[in-house]
Design a protein. Structure first.
Length: 242
């Protein structure tokens, strides 16, 4: 019942997004280089991507710190960060299964452009890199709990900012001038905006390497920061409860 409810909720959201963007385009509020059918495709694919990217397996860090069970994990002969990644990846694969029925039902409500195999392959690569960036961002936020024991409020703020500046809600091409260049330079754009703009053709094939390269740069930076923060955090752990 929970799965069916979630699928129904997604279908309703896709329908509302189609109605919203149709009304906005009627008032000439159109993103740059995106006709209406491409914008509907963008919004629908972003909605389906959120099923994968909003799964936060690293929240276990905060929960285990609050319960005190993180101490037992640190004593095990395993890589604890890899354990959190594997747990999150498993949850992500489960949620990814919901994309298939949701997409089939969405096709009954909206027209979604189907890209060429080359474009779809580039989209999947950019999505995979964006997933990594999102994972390390969540990992860093949850590692703050080693010092504060609670990160929910801070994560909520970062999530709101990320939703707006990642291109999940609106394309970043809507931001004008200098503001647009700033939001494209932020790491949030590597999560949603780059894969989506590749999918709808705003980023041409000649710029795929540069765009995915920028994603990989953010991925490497966050990975290095995650290693440093984890080493510092695990060396000064304070257990509450347990």
């Amino acid at each position: 019942m929970e799965v069916l409810t979630e699928i129904g909720s997604l279908i309703l959201r896709v329908y509302i997004l189609r109605a919203l963007w149709t009304a906005l385009y009627a008032q000439n509020a159109a993103p740059l280089n995106l006709p209406l059918h491409s914008m509907i495709t963008y919004a629908t694919v972003a909605m389906l991507m959120s099923l994968i990217l909003e799964v936060d397996g690293t929240r276990l860090i905060r929960e285990k710190l609050r319960e005190g069970t993180i101490a037992a994990d640190l004593m095990k002969p395993i890589s604890v960060p890899l354990y959190f990644f594997s747990d999150g990846a498993g949850q992500t694969l489960l949620h990814a299964l919901l994309v298939v029925p949701s997409l089939l039902f969405a096709l009954l409500l909206v027209r979604i452009d189907v890209p060429s195999p080359a474009v779809f392959a580039a989209f999947l690569l950019a999505l995979a890199v964006g997933y990594g960036v999102n994972f390390f961002l969540n990992f860093l936020m949850n590692c703050v709990a080693f010092w504060t024991l609670e990160t929910f409020a801070a994560q909520l703020i970062v999530r709101w900012v990320s939703d707006l500046l990642s291109g999940q809600i609106i394309p970043l091409t809507l931001f004008p001038g200098v503001l647009g260049r700033i939001v494209f330079a932020l790491p949030f754009a590597a999560i949603y905006s780059t894969p989506l703009l590749i999918y709808v053709g705003v980023i041409p094939s000649s710029q795929w390497a540069a765009s995915i390269g920028a994603q990989l740069a953010w991925l490497a930076l966050f990975a290095v920061l995650s290693v440093l923060v984890w080493r510092a955090a695990s060396s000064r752990i304070v257990i509450q409860g347990g």
